[in-house]
Design a protein around this ligand. Structure first.
Ligand SMILES: Cc1cc2nc3c(=O)[nH]c(=O)nc-3n(C[C@H](O)[C@H](O)[C@H](O)COP(=O)(O)O)c2cc1C
Length: 324
């Protein structure tokens, strides 16, 4: 997720997983121009942690540029590439020569060319496509788009069942997975509004999905993947309401470790900015989260930030315990 996920956060999340369990991460959206012309390539986009399975998430409608960037990025040994046909941000969609993001769903010819060429030049490299319903709701058009993605040789399709126009308003239309599933034989991954481990597994089972992608739910509950793994292994049976995905102390430790890790990698100024942005999502996953906002905005140094976190967790722990 742009400006939010980075190698430090991914490493911390991976550390929470039980032994012998791994997961696939997606990079923030990468503009291949920044890779090919070596400008504005951001540290958080490209590096892959040791042993990590990372899919590079490409945001462009220009097949020549995408192929060049793939060629350069392959030296990092990614788990694959994904073409982003879901981003609804207006400016991004029209930034290049060709449309990109969800606007690409209006140009199946371009998407077909990109998949075809990518699979021709790099036949053994995993190449998925992430879509929304479309710019607007048009189900026959969506199904025809999905069929095209499969015909051109994509290895998987990821669906976030909202339209571009809806942005994040309206609930996701999960019923569409059934229709899309019938069109496809390649793996189908569901995405959107998954906030806990029970919902993740129920969604997968209910619609016969091959996987579930979690964005905001993982920012609010970075241990959601551990909870999913434990539930799959039969070691977690109670509901997340009875047994939270992360304890209060784990939340504090996670934040402190993340802050330290960010600072080591990016320095204080960038760390404070990135950390505040992350906390805007993280705090939504916990009681009294809104109270954390003010002190984090006020903190002007790493130490002030650390103090603010310690104080918040210490002060509110008593109240949390009284709620249990
Ligand atoms: C702040 C934010 C940043 C995002 N950045 C990206 C991105 O860089 N690339 C991408 O493909 N999707 C991005 N997305 C979309 C998510 O990948 C995902 O499709 C969407 O949030 C729905 O899933 P969720 O409900 O699990 O978050 C972003 C979403 C949010 C809220």
């Amino acid at each position: 997720m742009d400006d939010i996920t980075n190698p430090v956060l991914r490493a911390l999340i991976a550390q929470t997983l039980p032994k012998d369990v791994s997961m696939v991460f997606f990079s923030p959206a990468i503009n291949p121009n920044s890779i090919v012309n070596r400008h504005h390539a951001r540290d958080e986009d490209v590096p892959i942690n040791p042993g990590e399975k990372l899919i590079y998430n490409i945001m462009s409608g220009e097949s020549d540029l995408i192929l060049k960037a793939m060629d350069l990025l392959l030296k990092n040994n990614p788990a694959g590439f994904n073409l982003n046909c879901g981003c609804p941000r207006g400016k991004i969609q029209t930034a290049g020569r060709n449309p990109c993001g969800v606007a690409l769903m209006e140009r199946p010819d371009l998407v077909a060319q990109i998949i075809r060429e990518a699979k021709k030049v790099f036949p053994c490299i995993h190449f998925s496509v992430k879509i929304r319903i479309g710019v607007k709701r048009d189900i026959p058009k969506l199904l025809s788009f999905c069929g095209m993605v499969q015909e051109q040789g994509a290895d998987a399709l990821i669906l976030h069942p909202r339209t571009g126009e809806e942005q994040f308003t309206r609930p996701v239309d999960n019923g569409l997975y059934n229709q899309v599933r019938q069109t496809l034989t390649i793996p189908l991954v569901g995405n959107g509004d998954v906030l806990d481990d029970e919902e993740a597994l129920a969604l997968k089972q209910r619609y016969g999905l091959n996987g579930v992608m979690i964005g905001r739910g993982a920012l609010a509950h970075p241990c959601i993947f551990r909870a999913i793994a434990l539930r799959l292994q039969g070691e977690r049976t109670r509901s997340f309401l009875e047994e939270p995905m992360m304890t209060w102390d784990e939340r504090r430790d996670f934040l402190l470790q993340y802050l330290t890790g960010l600072n080591e990698r990016y320095g204080e100024a960038l760390t404070l900015k990135r950390f505040r942005l992350f906390c805007e999502w993280f705090r939504r996953g916990m009681e009294f989260g809104l109270v954390l906002r003010g002190p984090l905005v006020k903190a002007k140094s790493l130490h002030e930030m650390q103090d603010a976190i310690q104080k918040f967790f210490f002060t509110n722990k008593k109240q949390i315990l009284s709620l249990v």
